[in-house]
Design a binder for this molecule. Sequence first.
Ligand code: ATP
Ligand code: MG
Ligand code: MG
Length: 385
Amino acid sequence: SSMLGMVGGGQLGRMFVHEAQALGFKVMVLEPEVGSPAAHAADAHVQAAYDDAAGLQQLADACSSFTTEFENVPAASLAKLAETGFVAPSADCVSIAQDRIEEKAFFTRCAPQTGILPAPHAILRTADDLNHVSADLFPGILKTARMGYDGKGQVRVKSIEELRAAFANLNDVVCVLEKMLPLAYEVSVLVARGADGQAVVYPIAENVHRDGILFTTTVPSPHVSAEAALKTQNAALKLIADINYVGVLCIEFFVLQDGSVVVNEMAPRPHNSGHYTIDACVTSQFAQQVRAMARLPLGDVRQHSPCVMLNILGDIWFDGTTEQDKERQPAWDKVLALPSAHLHLYGKAEARRARKMGHITFIAPTLEQAQDEMRQACEILGIAV
Ligand code: ATP
Ligand code: MG
Ligand code: MG
């Protein structure tokens, strides 16, 4: 079948649909929300929950290969689709990334090969586990084991007392307490692997977060040493092969002030920090996902221009004091007058604060020019730099 099945309807699904269509495929999206970014762009939309049996059956009837754009899709749904078709990445791989405890155990198990450990941490399943937490983990960050993203479900705690209060406040849901590390900067590595085991790794990307949400991605990274880049890229290739992963995987790393590298988490799909590949690389992360799931050869990951990616959040639709003015639009005309700017809007019906509405990539002959035009765009749009 030339129809690809996509579980999830967000912006990652939408950008996947665009690349799939360019490669001659049709896409059927399973997504409960009406008017979602991907459903809008897709060739067919099954409007049902991600675990709806009839919805999954419709997808299975129309498609022979499946993927997801949302890491919290029930692993059982992917396992169900695998009964009749090819699912990339597999339910087993996705479920590791859905649980910080399993994810950290995976990173730790592979550390003899990668040379990179996760942050020191403790697993908190019950209130009793709090009695055995090492004092060395403070100050720390309490993270829910499942379902967190964009810094949601995270609380910073300075002492065991604060930890007790925060854990109780989360209604004793299973958590991980991580030691707060002195970060110098953050990087991510995008890798892709085909069903034949062939793997490719993209250039290392440097990420700046604001309020727990990705703010900018810069490639090449202004800070990373050649040695740290090679180390993280090799680690990513070892990790993706170890679990026989097929598709695009993004792994986040911390580089500490002493130069050492720590692995943070992974996303079993194309990632916000990989959006730069659409405009700056021969093969985008979304085209790569299409190729992997359709068992086509993977594409060249070569980056042809330096690039800065700026996320556009819904905040700039608000002026700070009044309610959202539905007619008001950011000054895209002024942004598009910048020669390096590529605007990508996700077609979301309504702007909300902290909601990802789009991104702009700045593609220039030099990184300095890309950075300069990114700052100019921030000024135009009222984003503090
Ligand atoms: P994402 O949207 O990337 O999935 P998330 O909610 O899963 O985010 P993390 O990536 O674990 O959360 O953490 C969000 C940010 O918080 C990190 O990018 C980093 O800036 C900071 N952070 C997380 N863990 C630590 C730590 N152990 N030490 C220092 N800073 C940390
Ligand atoms: Mg995460
Ligand atoms: Mg993260």
